[in-house]
Design a protein around this ligand. Structure first.
Ligand SMILES: [Zn+2]
Length: 452
C-alpha cells in the first residue's frame, strides 16, 4: 500500500500516470487480438487526423502525397506515407510540434538509440507512462507488483531520472537498489551479491551483458544463489549461451524485454519464450523491405514504428534501425498482443576487455562528453583487439582537442584503463548489409561461449 503511494508520488512529480496505465496494461494484454487490432486502428487513425490538423509538417506532407487520414479504412492505407528517419526528424523538429503541444505535458528526451546518432524528441506524458507501465507489466509475469523491492544492474538508461540526487530519490521511491554496472569488477559483483542476499531481493533487472558477468562471478566462486524469483534483461542482445548460463546459475527464467522508447515500442517475452508481445496500444509496428514495402508475417525486415500516444510530437512510420518479423499466431499463453519474432538487428553489441568484462553499447551513449556533444553527428566504436579501440565520428563542426580528450578520458576511465583509444573523424560511417548503422563493431573472434 505504502509502496503504491510512493509510485503515485512519482506520478505526481513527473506528471505521469504509471500507476493507472500499469493496471490498464495488465488488462489489455489479455484482450482478444481482434479487439486489440480495432483499438489500435482507431488510435492510429486519430493520431494521423490530429497530426494533419495540428502540425505544419504533416499538413504539408499529407497534402503533397494526397493522403486524407479521415478517409482511412485499413492499416495498409498508411503505406503511402514516406518512412521517417532520424535525419528527417532532426531537420523538421519544430514543424513536428503540434499546435496543442502543451496539453500533453510533453517531456524532451535525448537518445542515441542503437545507431550511435544522438537526437531529440518530445514524448507525451501518456506515452511515457505506457513505456514504463509495459515494462512493469512484463515483470508482473514473475509475480512483481508496483512497489516490490527490486535491484537494477544498470548504468543509466534503464532507470528514469539520470544521475545524482534525483536518481537516488527515484530509486528510493521505486524501491530499487541500484547496482551500477559500467565500472565494476569481480569485487563489486561480490559486494552486490552480498547486498542482494542481505536484502533478499527477489527481482533483478539489468543489461544482459551485466547479468552475464554477474552470473559468471557467482559460478566461478561456487556460491549459493537461489532466492531470485524474477530476472529481467533488456537493452542488448541476449545470446542463447549467455541466457543458459545466467538461468542455470541464478535458478530462474529470464524475461527479456525489447524496446525502442523513442517510438513508443516496448515488447516482452512470455512463458512461451518464442517472441515478444508488443504494447499495441502505445505503438503500431510494420515490417518492411528496404524500399518501405510491407512484408508478410514471419518475414524478417525493417522495424517501422508509429508512436500512438505522442500526439504532441507525432512520429509516424519511423525506421528504428532494428530488424524483426511479426507473428499473428494466437500465442499459447493467451495474450492477444501481437508478437515480434526473429529479432535480429539489435545492433548494440558490446566490447570485451582483457579482464573478461563486457561493456554494453549504452555505456557510450551515457558518457557525459558524448551525451552533450553538439558537434557530434554520429559515431561508431570499433574494437580492433583487446588493446585498441577506435572512436570514429562524423561531425557537425570540428571538435576542439579538449572535447576529444574528454571523450577519450571518460572511455578510458570506464574501461578500467585497459584499452588504448584512438579517435578518427570520418566523412562517412558505412552501413551493414541490412542497411543499418552499428554502434559497435568488434573485429576479432567473438568469445566462443557466445556462439553456441
Ligand atoms: Zn505469449
Amino acid at each position: 500500500m505504502l509502496n503504491n503511494l510512493k509510485f503515485k508520488f512519482i506520478d505526481l512529480y513527473t506528471k505521469t500516470n504509471v500507476v493507472n496505465i500499469y493496471k490498464k496494461c495488465l488488462e489489455e494484454e489479455w484482450y482478444p487480438p481482434e479487439k486489440l487490432k480495432l483499438f489500435q486502428f482507431l488510435k492510429l487513425k486519430e493520431l494521423l487526423k490530429q497530426a494533419y490538423q495540428n502540425t505544419s509538417y504533416y499538413k504539408k506532407l499529407f497534402d503533397e502525397i494526397g493522403f486524407n487520414p479521415s478517409k482511412m479504412q485499413d492499416f495498409k492505407d498508411i503505406s503511402i506515407i514516406p518512412i521517417q528517419t532520424k535525419q528527417e526528424i532532426k531537420k523538421h523538429f519544430d514543424e513536428l510540434k503540434s499546435n496543442d503541444f502543451k496539453n500533453y505535458k510533453p517531456r524532451k528526451n535525448r537518445t542515441s538509440g542503437s545507431t550511435g546518432e544522438p537526437f531529440e524528441i518530445f514524448q507525451s506524458s501518456l506515452s511515457h507512462s505506457y513505456l514504463r507501465a509495459l515494462n512493469y507489466a512484463a515483470w508482473h509475469q514473475s509475480g512483481y507488483n508496483l512497489g516490490d523491492q527490486y535491484a537494477a544492474f544498470s548504468g543509466g538508461s534503464l532507470l528514469p531520472g539520470s544521475i545524482g540526487f534525483m536518481h537516488y530519490v527515484y530509486s528510493y521511491l521505486q524501491n530499487c537498489t541500484t547496482l551500477p554496472s559500467y565500472h565494476v569488477n569481480k569485487e563489486y559483483f561480490l559486494k552486490y551479491l552480498k547486498l542482494l542476499q542481505t536484502k533478499r531481493i527477489k527481482y533483478v533487472y539489468g543489461y544482459a551483458s551485466a547479468l552475464y558477468d554477474f552470473a559468471k562471478t557467482i559460478k566461478e566462486q561456487k556460491l549459493e544463489f537461489n532466492f531470485v524469483k524474477g530476472l529481467f534483461s533488456s537493452s542488448d542482445m541476449l545470446y542463447p549461451a549467455q541466457r543458459k548460463l545466467i538461468e542455470e546459475v541464478i535458478g530462474t527464467y529470464i524475461i527479456d524485454i525489447y524496446g525502442n522508447p523513442e517510438s513508443g515500442l516496448i515488447s516482452y517475452e512470455c512463458s512461451e519464450r518464442n517472441g515478444y508481445h508488443y504494447g499495441m496500444l502505445n505503438s503500431y509496428v510494420e515490417i518492411t523491405d528496404e524500399f518501405g514495402n510491407n512484408l508478410n508475417d514471419n518475414v524478417q525486415g525493417k522495424v517501422i514504428v508509429t508512436s500512438l500516444n505522442s500526439n504532441c510530437f507525432p512520429i509516424i512510420r519511423y525506421d528504428n534501425g532494428d530488424i524483426a518479423a511479426t507473428s499473428f499466431y494466437q500465442c499459447k499463453c493467451g495474450r492477444g498482443l501481437q508478437k515480434l519474432t526473429n529479432l535480429g538487428g539489435r545492433s548494440r553489441d558490446f566490447i570485451i576487455l582483457k579482464n573478461g568484462r563486457h561493456i554494453h553499447g549504452a555505456f557510450f551513449n551515457h558518457l557525459n562528453s558524448i551525451y552533450k556533444a553538439n558537434w557530434l553527428f554520429r559515431y561508431h566504436v570499433i574494437q580492433k583487439n583487446y588493446d585498441e579501440l577506435i572512436f570514429q565520428c562524423m561531425v557537425n563542426r570540428m571538435p576542439t582537442s579538449k572535447e576529444i580528450d574528454q571523450i577519450k578520458n571518460e572511455i578510458v576511465m570506464g574501461t578500467d584503463n585497459l584499452i588504448k583509444i584512438n579517435t578518427q573523424i570520418v566523412d562517412d560511417i558505412p552501413m551493414t548489409d541490412m542497411g543499418k548503422y552499428k554502434l559497435i563493431s568488434r573485429e576479432f573472434e567473438n568469445n566462443l561461449e557466445y556462439n553456441s
